[in-house]
Design a protein around this ligand. Structure first.
Ligand code: DOR
Length: 443
């Protein structure tokens, strides 16, 4: 008797670890079970991927979904709905909620809230603080926890570990990779007077300047080495840090964001005002160029969205009372596919940054590549589709994107999570199937 499957994807070009292959994929029990020329009758459910490209499911390792707390901006349901519309199969959600995610109870509460309501698979960061620093080694290993997040500079919310002594305490506690928002809080406070009385938003990168980022990253790397702890530097924005990080591959991995790769000052502030305001800031073109160089020379390890929704009303407050953050979980795949279409990176590198990279950095079990035994997670894309990104398409409660009106080439046509087609042709299908992401045994 020939093999049977629960689900077959046929006719697509599949991006395997070895490159593009024309093959069908057989799925059983949510996992990839076979490749080759599979008989259409061998499965009850089929997906015709003719003319489409089947990528490993894209993973977003940095989103802020605001639950519990300011859920008028977002919640776990709306955030993950946006994610699947944008081709994302799993998200790692940040701890600067209200209350902040700093305890076992808070992680368990988030998992309980996520269960049955998340469209993607999920995991939650535990936020580092001087109060919980000594417990982080235990907290980081809770099921459904993707690791530690440390804010070295103040941003949205109250989480902060500003001084060397406490940064070192965090780095000594536990062994998984520590993700870091790297801005030097002492310098931020010193320079706050530049904008405190009101200023144009184009001052944002002058207040939170290059030195603020560089100083923090240098301190972080020295402390990481001294304490033998691997770190993941989030949303790197400066040419200077990329040079430093090229010499730190022994201890640090690097994330960049599509908004820092796509927009540049001063144009973004003139055109978008506070909609372009985020931490760390969008800077001049020389930094954007350096991020691209670092992306293509391999210093960059992954791309995340840093989806950080605030309502248009909140964003309309006069700077600096306007909150920092852009939506992004839904637009990352289209924006980066457009960069692929424009020749700025290869599709193979896209996959490395959006699937394999997060899996490698965080030790994700069974995701990040199309291979036998892996979860049947796929981002199915049309590389040739021309579409205009529009606010009306955005599922976020805030209803806006900084990329409204931008034409892109390349679009997510379907999102498949463990064999479930949850999005097809911009339509959400079925029910929220998300479960906690699993991680490899103790690294
Ligand atoms: O711009 C930002 N917004 N940067 C952060 O670090 C936090 C985020 C948010 O949660 O709003």
């Amino acid at each position: 008797m020939s093999e049977t499957f629960d689900f077959i994807i046929h006719g697509g070009t599949v991006i395997t670890p070895g490159g593009p292959v024309k093959t069908d994929i057989g799925v059983r029990d949510g996992k990839i079970a076979a490749f080759g020329d599979l008989k259409p009758g061998a499965a009850a459910r089929k997906f015709d991927a003719s003319g489409l490209t089947v990528l490993p499911g894209c993973i977003d390792e940095q989103v802020h979904f605001r639950e519990p707390g300011p859920t008028h901006k977002e919640d776990l349901e709306s955030g993950t709905r946006g994610a699947i519309l944008g081709g994302i199969v799993a998200v790692f959600e940040m701890p600067n909620t209200d209350p902040a995610t700093t305890t076992k109870g808070a992680i368990e509460d988030k998992i309980a809230r996520a269960t049955g309501r998340c469209w993607t698979d999920f995991a939650f960061y535990v936020g580092a603080s001087p109060e919980n620093a000594d417990d982080l080694g235990t907290l980081e290993r809770l099921p459904g926890c993707c690791g530690i997040k440390m804010f070295m500079g103040s941003s949205t919310g109250t989480l902060l570990v500003a001084d060397d002594e406490n940064v070192a305490r965090v780095l000594r506690s536990g062994s998984r990779r520590v993700t870091v928002h790297s801005e030097d809080d002492m310098r931020l406070q010193e320079r706050a007077a530049l904008v405190a009385g009101g200023a144009d938003v184009s001052m944002h990168p002058q207040w939170r300047d290059v030195e603020t980022a560089v100083r923090s990253t240098q301190r972080l790397l020295a402390l990481a080495r001294a304490n033998h702890r691997r770190v993941h530097v989030l949303h790197v924005t400066t040419a200077e840090e990329m040079q430093i990080l090229a010499g730190a591959k022994d201890i640090a991995t690097v994330e960049v964001l599509p908004q820092h790769l796509t927009l540049a000052a001063p144009e973004c502030y003139e055109r978008l005002g506070t909609l372009a305001q985020m931490n760390p800031p969008i800077r001049e073109a020389r930094h954007r160029d350096a991020l691209w160089a670092a992306l293509n020379n391999g210093v960059v390890d992954c791309i995340g969205s840093d989806h950080a929704p605030h309502t248009l009303e909140e964003k309309a407050r006069p700077y600096p009372r306007s909150p920092s953050g852009l939506t992004g979980v839904q637009t990352t795949v289209p924006l980066m596919l457009n960069h692929v279409a424009q020749g700025r990176l290869t599709l193979q590198r896209f996959v490395d940054l959006m699937s394999a990279g997060p899996a490698r950095i965080f030790g994700i079990a069974g995701k990040g590549r199309i291979a036998l035994g892996y979860d049947a997670d796929f981002t199915v894309v049309d590389l040739a589709a021309k579409r205009v990104i529009k606010n009306e398409w955005i599922a976020s409660r805030t209803g806006w994107t900084a990329f409204d009106g931008m034409e892109v080439t390349g679009w997510p046509k379907a999102t498949i999570i463990r064999g479930n087609v949850v999005m097809r042709d911009d339509e959400v299908l079925g029910r929220p199937v998300g479960v906690p992401v699993r991680f490899q045994e103790t690294l």
